[in-house]
Design a protein around this ligand. Sequence first.
Ligand SMILES: Nc1ncnc2c1ncn2[C@@H]1O[C@H](COP(=O)(O)OP(=O)(O)OP(=O)(O)O)[C@@H](O)[C@H]1O
Ligand SMILES: [Mg+2]
Length: 263
Amino acid sequence: MEKFVQVENVQMVFNTRSGRFVALQDVNLNIRQGEFVSIIGHSGCGKSTLLNLVAGLTEATSGVLLLGGREIAGPGPDRAVVFQNHSLLPWLTCFGNVYLAVERVFGRDEGRATLRKRTEDALALVGLSHAMHKYPHEISGGMKQRVGIARALAMQPKVLLLDEPLGALDALTRANLQEELMRLVAGAGTTTIMVTHDVDEAVLLSDRIVMMTNGPAATIGKILDVKLPRPRRRLDLTDDPAYNRCRSEVLKFLYERQHKDAA
Ligand SMILES: Nc1ncnc2c1ncn2[C@@H]1O[C@H](COP(=O)(O)OP(=O)(O)OP(=O)(O)O)[C@@H](O)[C@H]1O
Ligand SMILES: [Mg+2]
């Protein structure tokens, strides 16, 4: 397998007031270019921690993370993150939030008109053209999440890092955005790592599903290959035995973990 994102023997320890807390231990994962990988696991197991390490926002206590063979030493425009808690700048409009990112990535080579067009296109993609000039406090939680997605997509990153990006959305918007996301990352060949709690979403979108054990010292418990042909259509899959096998395998993993913990 050609490795694009490499996570090798990663350990993440937090120093807390009550002492050392080992969040991640022995995490090893290789991701191909263009692959779509979901990370699933119980709340607090370390999914966001792992995503932040790939984003370069935090540094592993030990082990190494590589992107295209080079060590990840900090954040960069080659990786765009959609955070779990939509992190928009409150003093900028939706347009302004996306424009800022677009300008950072393309501002050296492109004029204002092109940058504006990129911004407007990204907001149109997530259905927010009408709210472009509103401020974050004037829009709903789901809309804020969509601005975050627009911002990340507009950067045309090599790696898209999504932390429960569709969590706060109603079912219909969610389904639409899942399909849109699938189409976009497949079209652009973007390598994607997405944290989700939604088993159906994970199976529908992913090439592989990484299932994490519960913390402390969480690690990868199991990786499931989702061998469903693409393009995938939600409606065709509901009766597909292969789809349902994948689904129940993930559910079984999560359910058994819960029980082991409770025991
Ligand atoms: N900065 C920090 N300092 C101390 N402990 C932390 C820090 N960040 C995360 N942790 C701890 O590490 C563990 C993993 O946290 P993380 O946010 O990665 O979980 P998660 O899997 O994303 O959970 P959720 O699904 O609820 O978002 C938790 O026990 C959390 O309390
Ligand atoms: Mg999280």
